[in-house]
Write a protein that binds this ligand. Structure first.
Ligand SMILES: [Zn+2]
Length: 191
């Protein structure tokens, strides 16, 4: 068994020993949802003060309002009763470091993990790439405030999203732990 697998299963055994959340209802108790980035430095439970059962947290690369993120948000309100949503991107996001073209070239030449330096992303070795990357919109980010605003607008104007759900737009600062409002996004997300 890998060291990592052992660590994770060990941590879970400890967690389960004192587990006291068996009676939580399925719908989030505080009736809200957060869409945010998968970045390992972000812990939404900590930065937004969540306990088990409080809120839905939907995560993907960039915290983008992809079709699948919207699928989750629609389930979140329609079946599980959330009434307010946050879109939270962050400073120093990996999604700012590449473009569709770069990702398509990298994956086209190799599936091995790429490296990055001051000249950009590089593959270590050629071969065994795939052209499939051309068919994916990687939803990269050029400007965080702009991406938050775009995503709030996409969610807010989606035909399956009712008008009475406010959507708030924020950027999490990885250097301070603070949430900084993107006022243009919050404005666009008003009811
Ligand atoms: Zn990120």
């Amino acid at each position: 068994m890998s060291d990592l697998l052992n660590e994770v299963l060990g941590a879970n055994r400890k967690y389960a020993e004192s587990f006291d959340k068996a009676d939580l209802p399925m719908p989030p108790g505080r009736q809200f949802a957060i869409l945010t980035c998968m970045d390992a430095r972000l812990d939404p439970a900590k930065y937004a003060g969540l306990a088990e059962g409080d809120a839905h947290v939907i995560r993907n690369a960039g915290g983008r309002a992809s079709d699948d993120a919207i699928r989750s948000l629609v389930i979140s309100y329609k079946l599980l009763g959330t009434r307010e949503w946050f879109v939270i991107h962050h400073t120093d996001c990996g999604m700012e470091t590449f473009s569709d073209e770069i990702m398509r070239d990298l994956l086209g030449s190799s599936l091995k993990t790429s490296s990055v330096d001051e000249n950009g992303w590089h593959d270590c070795c050629e071969g065994n790439g795939s052209a499939e990357a051309k068919y994916i919109d990687w939803l990269t980010i050029k400007d965080q405030a702009q991406s938050v605003t775009e995503d709030v607008i996409r969610i807010k104007t989606h035909p399956l999203v009712p008008g009475d759900i406010p959507v708030y737009g924020y950027i999490y600062d990885v250097k301070s732990g603070q949430l900084v409002e993107v006022s243009e996004a919050t404005e666009a997300g008003k009811c």
